[in-house]
Design a protein around this ligand. Sequence first.
Ligand code: GLU
Length: 465
Amino acid sequence: MIRTRFAPSPTGFLHVGGARTALFSWAFARKHAGKFILRIEDTDLDRSTDASVQAILDGMRWLGLDWDEGPYHQMHRLDRYREVAEQLIREGNAYHCYCSKEELDAMREAQRARGEKPRYDGRWRPENAKALGLAPAPGARPIVRFRNPLEGAVTFLDLVKGPITVANAELDDLVILRADGVPTYNFGVVVDDLDMRITHVIRGDDHVNNTPRQVNIFRALGAELPHFAHAPMILGADGERLSKRHGAVSVMQYADDGFLPEALLNYLARLGWSHGDAELFAKEKFIDWFDLGHISRSPAQFNPDKLRWLNQQYLKAADDGRLAHAVVPRIERDGGTLAGGPPLERVVALLKERSETLAQLADEAMMFYRNREPPAQLLAEHLTPEVKPALAELATRLEGLGDWSADAINAEVQVVAKARGLKMPRLAIPLRVLVFGVAHTPALSAVLALAGRQRVLGRIRQYAQ
Ligand code: GLU
């Protein structure tokens, strides 16, 4: 049974990079009818917050990345890390280290002075401590260090990058348990991936340098390795790692900005993975197509324009009732009044083709739900003496119209324009200005039909007679 996990550190919102990693892990589990586990890596006590845990859960739920187990919290598992650390000590694969911060600083300083790379020198390895006659200072609380092999190399097969080999000489004796009993990242992750029987560790390649250390710990525990797949980083247009400087990076910011979750998900799927030229595909298709072999080795570039384009495609195809429901709070927040206006579903049906986001859709829909008086400047510009009587005539014709439909309205406007020798825009623009207070709208007859006879006639009479 395939088991994957997403293991965010709750030190901020759910970042699009994290969401992309979560999506890959989730899709892989779904594809293979496996399990997807959510684990909160909250061992950085200074930076982890409950608000951030909540933000991550909100982002996952909004995207529809459902998990089968968890969320597990590492801070609830301290006894287990202690137990495994003790096992490692017992078996000679870890040891207590009593170095003070000052000692460690001095050690590094001396190494630098000798032109060496700073690293822990292994002085509290039991045999060294004995040889050096080291004894713990009274009351000193030890940390636990992993006894990394001194010789040889560690090799693992990355399912994206291929085989990776690192000399053990490059890895020093890593701290696995701090004095307060909190595990370090590399240790917590191994204990958890083992206990949670993770078969595929899929994560960002900012962790690829940690993997050899983790592999050594897995081996020391006599455990079988999970498969590893490191997905490439996501960069902004300038080639720098994606960050706030590039615009929104929080998943929930995209929700606020009016993106549909399935559009963002579709976009994220294409960041570092591809299926030929396919750009637009539903979640089910993605699950069907997803494989680790097509994760790219090179970094992906985040392109906000493409995301907006995708969102527009999803908006166009979305159900009008759903979109109407989604824009209600936006319209109300902006001071619009839905009561008395045209049915929102019909408005949305007319406008959704033109909108890239729900925010834009709500903005456009506002023209029907806000009573905007025509601005004086637009009136002066467009409501010319020549146009006024034409509008008055139109009002009379519209009043007698049996069927208040876009086609019927259009026919009347055409008749009046023709009779008066006016080009269409000479009538259409002042009508827009009168009824909506703006010079530009979608097709005139469609918006007049939606605005309703009362509003249209009322405005024409108020200003043009
Ligand atoms: N907690 C790590 C992070 O947020 C995840 C590491 C992992 O997936 O192993 O970067």
